[in-house]
Design a binder for this molecule. Structure first.
Ligand SMILES: Nc1ncnc2c1ncn2[C@@H]1O[C@H](COP(=O)(O)OP(=O)(O)OP(=O)(O)O)[C@@H](O)[C@H]1O
Length: 315
């Protein structure tokens, strides 16, 4: 649904040249929900604006929703939905009127039925006569989503769809995005700052930093591949700790072991798979295991591993 190769954009400012996006390759398959994650200024919006034809690339090429970005930008625009960060509606216009107007602009056939259908699906029914400026944050974002979906685009771009929403409204919007994919097979490409959002909603993530993609994969794969799981062992005494350390030194699957007092912290690939073998090795060595804890890395650990910085600090 998206295939981009070497996409780049530089800006010339009074202070010199900014390489906002430095040759990004990415592909998104039909029906995927792909999250584009990165700290402030990483190049997310610039990439999104290029893929939605709002900004011309300085280099590279892309096919979006079956159309070449440079040769057929009108075709791209026809077949995508774009939900911008702040939305673009007039706050004084009633919800129903706004939807009807946009449906008319898009030439949506049988538009009254389509508007009613989307209002029903996105919990906007009953709000049609309210000016959009009077809606709550969550209702507002659902209206923005409805506006982006009116012409039934197979591909939708969402720019920070839940920015500023409370956790409950955020979860509600995720449900709607999932339903949109389940019911219509809509492909979704979204940018986000929220690690929880990336983790909960996206099938696959692209992590961008300083204009380049630094990691890519499903949330679970990324965590496993890039950061590994962590197994923390507590041993009964110093002798047991030494025996544990010796037993685990050559143990296949252990990538790294750090000892602090009677605690041994291991970095392993797939913790669940490794646990039984680890326990057997420790028992055989008579290490005197007191407790064992398996923790999964977070997406922030992934970012830290790839860039040496925390996404939260960097943001
Ligand atoms: N019109 C512009 N002129 C000059 N520099 C720009 C312009 N637009 C973006 N940039 C710069 O390009 C880089 C990438 O910006 P971009 O907005 O794409 O990042 P982002 O990842 O979307 O950040 P945020 O999360 O803050 O929205 C930044 O250094 C930004 O200052």
């Amino acid at each position: 649904m998206i295939d981009a190769c070497g996409l780049a954009r530089t800006f010339t400012t009074g202070h010199g040249t900014v390489e906002a996006v430095r040759g990004v390759d990415l592909s998104v398959a039909p029906g995927e929900i792909v999250g584009f994650l990165g700290p402030n200024g990483a190049g997310k919006s610039t990439t999104l604006r290029m893929l939605t034809t709002l900004l011309a690339p300085t280099a590279g090429r892309a096919r979006v929703a079956g159309h070449d970005l440079r040769a057929d930008p009108a075709g791209v625009r026809r077949d995508i939905g774009y939900v911008a960060q702040g939305g673009g509606t007039d706050p004084s216009v009633p919800v129903g009127e706004e939807l009807d107007l946009q449906a008319r602009l898009h030439g949506v056939p049988d538009r009254a039925r389509r508007v009613a259908e989307l209002c029903g699906r996105l919990e906007l029914a009953g709000l049609e006569s309210r000016p959009s400026g009077s809606l709550s944050g969550g209702q507002r974002r659902r209206l923005d989503l409805a506006l982006g979906l009116l012409h039934r685009p197979p591909l939708v771009f969402l720019d920070e769809p839940t920015s500023g929403l409370d956790p409950q409204s955020r979860g509600n919007l995720w449900d709607h995005v999932r339903a949109m994919r389940a019911e219509d097979g809509t492909t979704v490409f979204l940018t986000t700052h929220y690690l929880e959002e990336a983790d909960a909603l996206c099938d696959r993530l692209l992590i961008i930093d300083r204009g380049a993609i630094v990691a890519e994969g499903t949330p679970a794969d990324l965590k496993r591949r890039v950061a590994g799981d962590v197994v923390t062992l507590e041993l009964a005494d110093a002798a047991g700790t030494a025996r544990a350390r010796a037993a685990l030194a050559g143990h296949a699957g252990v990538r790294e072991a750090a000892v602090a007092g009677r605690t041994v912290r291991l970095r392993v690939g797939d913790g669940e798979r490794e646990l039984a073998g680890l326990v057997r090795a420790l028992d055989a060595a008579g290490a005197g295991l007191v407790s064992l804890n398996l923790s999964r890395p977070t997406l922030d650990d992934v970012f830290l591993t790839v860039t040496g910085r925390s996404l939260r600090d960097a943001a």
